[in-house]
Write a protein that binds this ligand. Structure first.
Ligand code: PEP
Ligand code: CO
Length: 485
C-alpha cells in the first residue's frame, strides 16, 4: 500500500461527485487552517475505549445502538433537542439491555452529522410557476436548506461554524452525562410514558405494560443495590458520537497524532462512517479512513458484493484490529434475504467476523440499518412527493437480518436508525398507525424520514423480543420411577 498521510486522499480522483464544490480556494484554505488550530472534539482514549467495547460486541457480549437525525441541523443545537435525543437513545437502550441481558453501547448520530451525500447534485422547484434549479442541500456543514442562491452556495466558513456547533453540542452532552442525567437517580429520563398511550392493540399494550413494570422494578432494584446504571455498577452511563465522514476537508483538518500513542486519530467524532456512496476501495474516502485509528462504520447497500466487502475490510483494517469495523448493512426488506447471507458467510469464512461467544473478539461486527434500503416516495397533501418509510418494512428487514445471522452461525451486533424524540409524522405505520394522509402533519426532517419517539421505542421492544436469550427450558420431567411391589 502506498504511504498514507492525513492529506493522501487529495491525490485520489474524487470518486464521489458531490463533494462540495467551493468557488473560493483562499476561503477554503483559511477555514482549514482555523480547524487545524482548534482543539479536538473527542479524545483518543474515548476512541480506544469505544473500540474495546466494539470488540466485546463483535463476539456477542455487547450491542451497539446508533441513532439520531438523518441530517442534524445547526438549529438543533438547543438544550431541549439535545436532551430529547439523548433520552430516546437511553430509553431504547434500557429496553434492549433488559431484553438481551447484555450491555448496550450508545452512539448518537449527533454533534457533527452535518454533511449529506445526495443522489442528485441539483434540485428543481416551481417558484411562482417558473422552474428553478439550484444545488441540492448538502447539510449545514456545506450550504443551507432554504431554496435561494445564497443559501445553496457551498461556503467554506460553514466548516468552522459546524465545528463550533458540534463542540457546543458535545459540551452539553458531556455535562449531562457527567452530572448523572443518564443515571437511574433520574428516573424521569428513563420513563417509558408512551406505553400508556391509547391506540395500541390490546395485546401489544398488555405486553408492553408488563415489560414497563419489569423495567421500572429493575431500575428500582439497581438503585437500591447502589448501582447507578442498569448496566451494572459502573459509575456513569457512557455516550459516544458518530457522523458520516463525508467532508474530508473537515475530517482531515482535525486528524492528528496524540502524545504517547501510535498513529493518527480523527478527532471530530468517535465513530466516523463511510456512506454507501463513498465506500469505493480506490476512492478518496476509503483512502482517508484507512489511515485513522478510530473504529470506522461502512454502509453496505444492495450493490455490495462479497469480494468488494472483503477487499474493503483488508484495506480499512489491514492489521485485523479487534472492534475496528462496523459493517452496517442497509439492503432493504425486499432483498435482504437474497443478499445478506452471502456477505455474512464471506466475513465469517475469512475470519473478519465470528460466531456469538467466540473465544476471541473479531476485527469486524455486523449492524443493521433498516432505514436506507426502505425509502418510498408518497404523495403528501401539501407537498406533491414525500420521502417516507413503512414501519413494517423497517421491522421486517431487522427481524430477517437477525434470522439470517442466526442461520449462518453469525449474530447481529448492532442497530443503526434515523430517529427523533419528537412526535413527527415522517414514517408510516407503527402502533399509532401513521398513514399517508398524516405525512404532512409534522414532517420536519431536513433530509430522510425518521422514526418518531413511539416508533423508535416500538422498534426497540420488537428487537429486544427477537434477540432475547431463549428461556431456559423447563426441567425435564423426572424419569418414571421403578415401582417396588
Ligand atoms: C445516511 O446514513 O444518512 C446515509 C446517507 O446512508 P447511506 O450511505 O447508507 O445511504
Ligand atoms: Co439518511
Amino acid at each position: 500500500m502506498p504511504q498514507w498521510s492525513p492529506s493522501s486522499w487529495l491525490a485520489k480522483t474524487p470518486n464521489y461527485p458531490h463533494q462540495a464544490a467551493y468557488a473560493d480556494q483562499a476561503a477554503v484554505d483559511s477555514a482549514v487552517r482555523s480547524l487545524r488550530a482548534l482543539p479536538p472534539l473527542v479524545t483518543s482514549w474515548e476512541i480506544e475505549r469505544l473500540k474495546r467495547l466494539l470488540a466485546d460486541a463483535s463476539r456477542g457480549r455487547a450491542f451497539i445502538l446508533q441513532g439520531g437525525d438523518c441530517a442534524e441541523r445547526l438549529a438543533d443545537c438547543r438544550p431541549d433537542a439535545v436532551t430529547g435525543k439523548l433520552k430516546i437513545l437511553l430509553q431504547m437502550s434500557l429496553v434492549l439491555v433488559h431484553a438481551m441481558g447484555r450491555p448496550v453501547i450508545r452512539v448518537g448520530r449527533i454533534a457533527g452529522q452535518y454533511a449529506k451525500p445526495r443522489t442528485s447534485p441539483t434540485e428543481t422547484h416551481q417558484i411562482e410557476g417558473i422552474p428553478r434549479t439550484l444545488p441540492s442541500y448538502y447539510g449545514d456543514l456545506v450550504n443551507r436548506e432554504a431554496f435561494d442562491d445564497n443559501s445553496r452556495r457551498p461556503d467554506p466558513a460553514h466548516l468552522v461554524t459546524g465545528y463550533l456547533h458540534a463542540a457546543v453540542t458535545l459540551n452539553f452532552i458531556r455535562s449531562l452525562v457527567d452530572r448523572g442525567f443518564a443515571d437511574v437517580h433520574h428516573p424521569e429520563n428513563w420513563e417509558l410514558g408512551f406505553l400508556q398511550k391509547a391506540g395500541l392493540p390490546p395485546e401489544l399494550r398488555q405486553k408492553y405494560a408488563r415489560l414497563t413494570a419489569e423495567l421500572t422494578e429493575g431500575l428500582r432494584l439497581a438503585e437500591a443495590m447502589g448501582h447507578s446504571s442498569p448496566q451494572g455498577p459502573s459509575d456513569r452511563t457512557e455516550f459516544f458520537t458518530s457522523h458520516e465522514g463525508l467532508n474530508l476537508l473537515y475530517e482531515s483538518a482535525q486528524t492528528r497524532r496524540v502524545p504517547r500513542r501510535e498513529g493518527f486519530y480523527c478527532l471530530t467524532t468517535h465513530l466516523p462512517w463511510l456512506g454507501d456512496r463513498t465506500r469505493d476501495p480506490d476512492g478518496a474516502h476509503v483512502e482517508f479512513f484507512r489511515g485513522v485509528r478510530n473504529p470506522v462504520g461502512i454502509k453496505l447497500g444492495p450493490s455490495t458484493t462479497p469480494d468488494q466487502l472483503l477487499r474493503l475490510c483488508e484495506v480499512l483494517n489491514p492489521e485485523r484490529e479487534p472492534g475496528k469495523l462496523v459493517l452496517i448493512a442497509r439492503l432493504g426488506a425486499a432483498i435482504v434475504s437474497d443478499r445478506l447471507p452471502a456477505l455474512v458467510r464471506a466475513t465469517l469464512k475469512e475470519g473478519w467476523t465470528v460466531e456469538p461467544d467466540a473465544p476471541h473478539p473479531a476485527p469486524a461486527l455486523w449492524s443493521c440499518d433498516p432505514m436506507h434500503g426502505n425509502t418510498l416516495l408518497r404523495n403528501g397533501a401539501r407537498r406533491p412527493v414525500r420521502k417516507t418509510r413503512a414501519f413494517t418494512d423497517i421491522l421486517s428487514e431487522l427481524v430477517d437480518s437477525c434470522d439470517i445471522h442466526a442461520a449462518c452461525g453469525s449474530h447481529l451486533a448492532g442497530l443503526h436508525v434515523e430517529l427523533t424524540h419528537e412526535d413527527v409524522t415522517e414514517c408510516l405505520g407503527g402502533a399509532s398507525g401513521i398513514t399517508e394522509a398524516d405525512l404532512d402533519t409534522n414532517y420536519a426532517t431536513a433530509c430522510d424520514p425518521r422514526l418518531n419517539y413511539e416508533q423508535a421505542l416500538e422498534l426497540a421492544f420488537r428487537l429486544g423480543e427477537r434477540l432475547a436469550p431463549p428461556a431456559t427450558p423447563p426441567s425435564a420431567p423426572a424419569p418414571p420411577r421403578c415401582r417396588s411391589s
